[in-house]
Design a protein around this ligand. Structure first.
Ligand code: ARG
Length: 458
């Protein structure tokens, strides 16, 4: 059945069915419903308080909107595509419920300032949730760091074994990245947390509205100063998508590490059974699907960022209907990002590390740098020391031997500067603990980082 449009006054024929289907957004923007109602309630109260509409009318509107809110929460509300978007659906239902007085709600307001108000309220909540989820992830990483403070593993550069590091140091690296992600979101909040309502369609409002009151009611800490900007800017959402993309990139790197480390070739980590899946054909397989999907979904989040950047790039000021396309990329990103953070947190919590494997991989030629530095301490120029140790490595590799198997006599054959104490350097633990520079992997350094994070994360 065709619904009478709220804006139908100037039209002599009804909307083409294709246009209704093509232009509707309620199928996805109903996600904003509760925020739209919140915005409308604040607006109605303000209209009543300012005497723009009678107080009793404002009260009726608030009551009607509260009823609709309950219907939506309980899943009893019927959304109609013919009514285009979430705002029109709610307003039409309000008028059906309380009669013509419902038609006063839209006084001194346009959908242009209405929609972006709901969108900002929504994003404010979501970003706060995301910040909390990131804190949970950081806590899981901190716990793992504490659990494995006494274990070493190899650090890789170019995916070649480089130097021994404490496992805790590795986990803390990701903790740092997620801290910056959080800070970016916190900063983003400042620019989301601004009230656009009261800007009208583009030029402001000709009724004596009180924007301070509305801002307070809705919990916005700032009021947007320029009505043209307020109705047409989406940079707060682009910034969110950009922050989400960076966060996904950081998570995706962690996923990649865990995928490699859990392969039989590495066998460094064991992923919890309940977070992996089997193969329908190969009984031996335990697949890291959650990690792979997070890595894959990183691509779609980047896509969402590019989508919104592209949507706004050629738009003349101010509002254009193109802006309706801002919502799906943001909704999709919120869902993907939250799911990914939760997934990684669970993986970190359930992760077990194969002590023998990582420890033995941390030794061997990963200790070569320290042997070279030993010679430097004896006064040999670094470049020369590097060359000497390189020759030792080649000599052992030729014989199929590990670095730990070298004898003092053999060392002396390469350089007379080697003494008995050089053999102490053939343990990854000794070598790791020599990296005492601030931010390095020595146990004391890592312990003080752990203390720092315990303090910060509470
Ligand atoms: N659904 C629209 C959007 O998301 C609401 C604003 C429509 N405004 C208008 N003047 N047609 O942008």
């Amino acid at each position: 059945m065709a619904e009478k449009k709220l804006w139908g006054g100037r039209f002599s024929e009804s909307t083409d069915a294709f246009v209704e289907e093509f232009t509707e957004s309620v199928s996805f923007d109903k996600e904003l419903a509760l925020y739209d109602i919140k915005g409308s309630i604040a607006h109605a109260k303000m209209l009543g308080k300012q005497g723009i509409i009678p107080k009793e009318d404002a009260e009726k509107i608030v009551e009607g909107l509260t009823e609709i809110e309950n219907e939506i929460k309980e899943g009893r509300f019927t959304w109609k595509k013919e009514l285009e978007d979430v705002h029109m659906n709610i307003e039409k239902s309000l008028i059906e419920k309380i009669g013509d007085v419902g038609g006063k709600l839209h006084t001194g307001r346009s959908r242009n300032d209405q929609v972006v108000t709901a969108f900002r309220l929504y994003l404010k909540d979501q970003v706060s949730d995301i910040i909390n989820l990131l804190t949970q992830l950081q806590k899981a990483l901190l716990q793992k760091s504490q659990d494995y403070i006494d274990l070493v593993m190899p650090a890789y550069t170019h995916l070649q074994r480089a130097q021994p590091i404490r496992v805790a140091h590795y986990f803390l690296a990701y903790l740092e990245m997620f801290q910056r992600d959080k800070e970016r979101f916190e900063d983003n909040l400042k620019r989301i947390d601004m009230l656009p309502l009261g800007s009208g369609a583009v030029a402001g409002v000709d009724f004596p509205i009180d924007r301070d009151f509305v801002a307070k009611e809705l919990g916005f800490s700032q009021i947007m100063r320029n009505s043209i900007d307020a109705t047409s800017s989406r940079d707060f959402a682009i910034e969110f998508l950009s922050n989400a993309s960076i966060c996904m990139a950081n998570m995706s790197r962690f996923c990649e590490d865990m995928i490699i480390y859990s392969s039989s070739e590495f066998s460094f980590v064991e992923l919890p059974d309940k977070l992996t899946t089997g193969s329908s054909i190969m009984p031996q397989k335990k697949n890291p699907d959650v990690l792979e999907l997070i890595r894959g979904k990183t691509g779609r989040v980047y896509g969402n960022l590019v989508a919104l950047l592209t949507i706004v790039k050629g738009l003349p000021l101010a509002y254009n209907r193109d802006l309706q396309e801002d919502k799906e990329p943001v909704f999709d990103t919120v869902k993907t990002l939250k799911g990914s953070i939760i997934g990684i947190t669970k993986i970190v919590e359930g992760l077990k590390i194969n002590k023998e494997k990582v420890e033995s991989a941390a030794g061997g030629f990963a200790l070569a740098t320290d042997l070279a530095n030993y010679l430097v301490e004896k006064g040999i120029p670094f470049r020369q020391a590097h060359h000497i140790v390189g020759s030792i490595v080649a000599y052992l590799v030729n014989q199929g031997r590990e670095l730990e198997s070298i004898t003092l006599q053999e060392l002396k054959n390469f350089s007379s500067s080697f003494e008995e104490d050089a053999l102490n350097l053939l343990s990854p633990y000794t070598v790791a603990d020599r990296r005492k520079s601030f931010g390095g992997t020595a146990k004391d350094q890592v312990l003080s980082q752990i203390e720092f994070w315990k303090d910060k994360l509470g």
